[in-house]
Design a protein around this ligand. Structure first.
Ligand code: S3P
Length: 163
């Protein structure tokens, strides 16, 4: 089985995935990293700018399909992975989905000054995405962890306890 982390931008998926993989002796995979390699672009910002979001989402689906065939991997997904149910269907064939639930206020604090996320540039747009996606994360989660008051270590331990 794989462990798939879902949640909004800034919810701590990458840091928790790294720690979790270390503790469980699993592989650590990042969908964004694989999409980027596949695209040949330098950054997600460049990919959005030059190819557009639709191309990015198509690549996410390809990567989700491929990664879902992994064994014993902790997979950190991009925050928008849930907008395509097919991606989640692939992951669920062979994995348990963990939702890192973080409030929008906390995310705004954590991402202050961040320049790497094209969909977090405009706070109003980001908040609309957050409200829309919240229900999707909830629907697809096998396990939910509230992360606002927890450190990366605490979240990691909590995932291990619950799986
Ligand atoms: C996105 C989240 C990003 C990245 C891209 C789009 C989104 O990943 O995939 O910028 O649509 O929420 P993180 O959740 O790791 O920031």
């Amino acid at each position: 089985m794989n462990i798939i982390l879902i949640g909004f931008m800034g919810s701590g998926k990458s840091s928790v995935a790294r720690k979790l993989a270390q503790k469980l002796n699993y592989k650590n995979q990042e969908t964004d990293e694989s999409v980027l390699i596949r695209s040949g672009r330098k950054s997600i910002t460049e990919l959005f700018k030059l190819d557009g979001e639709i191309v990015f989402r198509e690549m996410e689906l390809t990567i989700a399909k491929k990664m879902s065939g992994e064994k014993n991997a902790v997979i950190s997904t991009g925050g928008g992975m849930v907008i395509n149910k097919l991606c989640i269907d692939y992951f669920k064939q062979n994995g348990i989905v963990v939702y890192l639930q973080t409030s929008f206020e906390e995310i705004v604090k954590r991402l202050a000054g961040d320049e790497t996320r094209p969909l977090f540039k405009d706070k109003l747009v980001a908040h609309t995405l957050f409200k829309f996606r919240k229900h999707l994360y909830e629907e697809y989660a096998d396990i939910t962890i509230k992360t606002d008051k927890l450190s990366v270590d605490e979240i990691t331990n909590s995932v291990i306890e619950k799986i």
